[in-house]
Ligand binder design. Structure first.
Ligand code: SF4
Length: 460
């Protein structure tokens, strides 16, 4: 840990009365905090330097066992380390197991923010939703899963939507929605040939990568597309310039690449990759082809980056990470891997029905804390269901760890807007906006006790 630039924030809060209590940490070279701030974003005071190792041993104090206690360290990183949308990195440095191993303490649930739906997924879901209204009485077909989540797909199936893997399964002249992952020009052309009303719900951030591929291929450049060969997004992007594009799944693929002119070479990436994994491949490509060009702006999208960084920050401080998402969701799988590479056990699950009590047992008894996050295609009600299960089973307490604030807005696809106007519906009001979900006791089983350090705290 760095010895300067860290500032510890110690908070303690009684579970029921929300009363402020003092923590009694031991800091080498730092003054003890005498009073914990409450409520709202935690103010942070700059430490006096020295080593910022904090230690709390609550097991010795039965009174503190009833408290939610934690220590968060706020670091001002080098400018190059700044994550999008934030000026600081927030890291829980003390294992948040209030008296871990004791059956007397409640399990702490830490909800990572941001988590779950991104703007692209929300847009794709809204598109199908609106299409069902706008084309009332007609069957709406969706080419591939609209997003990679079995609950989202199942709920639409229940409303009559038909998912197809081939456009040949869509009757001529019918309405078809292209999924958030994007399609190749060949699929769009085939839809036109069949006279389909095609509504393109491709995420604009995927479309951006398509445009880069088209632009560079038109200039005679070769494209190295980093990603998973069989993922719908990679198939769609590859289809924009198949002659110019080669897929790179790992550094092991590099020796077999066919490169005509290393000075006209660019790499692009799948939007939902792990930033760490992609970084390893990019470094290997740079070593092999020093002149390779980076994409004009990051291809790994804001939502992927932010959810991954939140897990990277928070996972080291908990005993278990639960990632809500489906196994075919690339970004959900990556979140699970990132938690594990941070040294914390992690489970990927679709919903609360997959929870097992044994996951919450550690070597010394029940674990003390669990971080919950969700892939970009996982509905928030599934997160709430998992929280309720934990509150009911273990009397768990809830905290929200705000690492990034997101407020992203996308518009509806042009084809859908045209169809809405043709039916007298004004699409101007139908913007898609994603913000942090509201947490209520009814939905989650409890209200959050603590809001951890966010932007306000960072500025202090
Ligand atoms: S994960 Fe990113 S690229 Fe994919 S739909 Fe969401 S915002 Fe778009």
């Amino acid at each position: 840990m760095k010895s300067s630039g860290w500032r510890p924030v110690i908070w303690a809060r009684e579970e029921r009365g929300m009363e402020r209590r003092a923590g009694s940490p031991s800091h080498e070279g730092e003054e003890e905090e005498k009073k914990a701030p409450h409520p709202g974003p935690l103010p942070a005071r700059r430490g006096e330097g020295g080593r910022s190792r904090c230690a709390l041993d609550l097991s010795a104090n039965p009174t503190l066992c009833r408290l939610s206690v934690g220590v968060w360290l706020v670091e001002k990183p080098d400018p190059g380390q700044l994550d999008r949308g934030t000026g600081f990195r927030v890291v829980p440095r003390v294992r948040a197991s209030n008296n871990a191993g004791s059956e007397r303490c409640a399990l702490r649930i830490i909800l990572a923010n941001p988590r779950g739906f991104c703007a692209g997924v929300q847009m794709a879901i809204d598109v199908v939703d609106r299409a069902l209204d706008v084309f009332e009485g007609e069957t709406v077909y969706v080419y591939h899963e609209i997003v990679h989540n079995k609950h989202v797909v199942g709920r639409f199936r229940g409303r009559g939507v038909v998912f197809v893997e081939s456009l040949e399964d869509v009757p001529r002249g019918a309405v078809v929605v292209f999924s958030a992952h994007g399609v190749s020009p060949a699929v769009r052309a085939r839809a036109a040939e069949r006279g389909l009303t095609a509504i393109d719900a491709t995420c604009p951030l995927v479309t951006k990568v398509h445009s880069e591929a088209v632009r560079y291929a038109a200039r005679g450049w070769q494209i190295l597309l980093i990603g998973h060969r069989n993922h719908q997004e990679i198939i769609g992007t590859m289809g924009e310039a198949p002659e110019a594009t080669q897929v790179v799944e790992s550094p092991a693929d590099i020796p077999s690449l066919d490169i005509r002119d290393p000075s006209k070479l660019i790499y692009l990436t799948q939007t939902t990759l792990s930033t760490d994994d992609a970084g390893v491949i990019v470094e290997a490509l740079k070593k092999a082809f020093p002149e390779i060009k980076a994409p004009p702006s990051d291809d790994i999208c804001y939502a992927t980056t932010n959810r991954q960084h939140a897990v990277r920050r928070l996972a080291p401080g908990v005993d278990l990470v639960l990632v809500i998402g489906s196994t075919n969701s690339s970004n959900s799988v990556r979140l699970t891997e990132i938690a594990e590479s941070a040294g914390t056990r992690a489970r990927l699950l679709d919903d609360a029905s997959m929870l097992e009590e044994a996951w919450f047992e550690g070597p010394g008894g029940r674990i003390g804390s669990v971080l919950i996050t969700a892939g970009a295609s996982a509905p928030e009600d599934l997160v709430a269901g998992v929280c309720r299960w934990l509150v009911e089973r273990f009397g768990a307490t809830l905290e929200v760890a705000h690492v990034f604030e997101e407020d992203m807005e996308f518009g509806l696809p042009a084809t859908l807007k045209q169809a809405m106007r043709a039916r007298g519906i004004d699409p101007a009001e139908r913007r898609i906006r994603v913000r942090a979900p509201e947490i209520t006791a009814d939905a989650y089983g409890a209200v959050p006790l603590t809001v951890s350090v966010g932007r306000d705290g960072e500025r202090q």
